[in-house]
Design a protein around this ligand. Structure first.
Ligand SMILES: C[S@@+](CC[C@H](N)C(=O)[O-])C[C@H]1O[C@@H](n2cnc3c(N)ncnc32)[C@H](O)[C@@H]1O
Length: 300
């Protein structure tokens, strides 16, 4: 990429705190200040001319990309849990951003261009997903009676500034993702789920405790743990492991993360194309997934 050879631009980026020197954060901040995806020469001029404002955005925001289509890779497992437990679900999302993955029952789904599985929300919000390996696709969305989450900085799906930032985080040319973001945020804003502000390690046990006893609890996260230091990921893994298999209190754990992100988790056998995530259910790999929920490669 041309930035990596541009000493003047690199100097600006080097002036940022180390944690903020993330390509996606810098590029999204520039977009949020009006940079477009034209030729690089125009982009670098814009960056240099508007650096002070762009820097402010970099320092005040973080990478919180919220991708509702990730629900398409969670849905078969969620439906399977509801079926096997014979109970409705209580969803707890750690690293929820604006909470747009907390509504898998409100979206509609179309796998491999087949029949639409309708949720209880807007019919125009269809999440398309390609599959391989014969995943157990449900006929209907599961019953969800409780949804909550935690984030270091919960975003409000009804707040235009938060929405503009989520929009800026989407890469140029991905208009389909942009359209889904707007539609899902409008749906979520009708009845926003409670997402508490805090660190997932501090909050997750209390959120599980607060879930209704008649529900099967599903704690899930997608594209989150990579942002935590290794030691914090280990704490989270141990906390979650301690909640599984407690008699009388069904708790399930879905981790949809890059390979190797959850310490000690088994890798799926076979080739892993770069950029794919692995979906683990209670520590067992069940699928390779497209990072934005666009594909589901079932493993068993
Ligand atoms: C890339 S976003 C993913 C959002 C959402 N899970 C999705 O898949 O669309 C990562 C989110 O994790 C949150 N996060 C990172 N570290 C966290 C922590 N230690 N505790 C709680 N949330 C955290 C960030 O604030 C951000 O909103």
């Amino acid at each position: 990429m041309e930035i990596s050879r541009d000493t003047e631009v690199l100097e600006l980026i080097d002036g940022l705190p180390r944690n903020n020197r993330q390509p996606n954060l810098v590029l999204s901040a520039a977009r949020s200040r009006g940079a477009d995806d034209g030729p690089y020469s125009a982009f670098r001029t814009f960056l240099k001319d508007h650096w002070s404002g762009i820097r402010d955005v970099i320092l005040s925001r973080s990478t919180q990309t919220n991708e509702p289509r990730r629900c398409a890779v969670l849905l078969p497992v969620l439906a399977g849990i509801a079926r096997s437990e014979g109970r409705p679900l209580a969803l707890i999302e750690v690293g929820a951003s604006a909470g747009l993955c907390l509504y898998p029952d409100r979206y509609a789904y179309r796998y491999d261009g087949g029949a639409v599985i309708n949720g209880q929300g807007r019919r125009d919000l269809v999440l398309e997903c390609r599959t391989t390996g014969n995943p157990p696709l449900p006929r209907a969305v599961p019953d969800i009676i409780h949804r909550t989450g935690v984030d270091l900085n919960p975003l409000d799906p009804g707040n235009p500034e938060d929405l503009a930032w989520l929009d800026a985080l989407i890469w140029p040319g991905m208009e389909d993702r942009r359209r889904l973001l707007r539609a899902a945020a409008a749906e979520a804003a009708r009845t926003p789920a409670e997402v508490v502000r805090g660190d997932l390690n501090d909050e997750v046990a209390g959120l599980i405790e607060a879930a209704p006893p008649e529900a099967a609890v599903v704690v899930f996260h997608t594209a989150v743990l990579a942002y935590l230091p290794e030691a914090d990921r280990e704490v989270f893994r141990d906390t979650m492991s301690g909640h599984l298999n407690v008699p009388g209190r069904p708790v399930h754990w879905l981790a949809n993360e890059g390979q190797g992100v959850v310490p000690g988790f088994e890798a799926p056998s076979g080739e892993m194309a770069p950029g794919l995530f692995v979906l683990h259910h209670n520590g067992t790999p069940v699928a390779r997934t497209g990072p934005h929920g666009q594909s589901l490669d079932w493993l068993s």
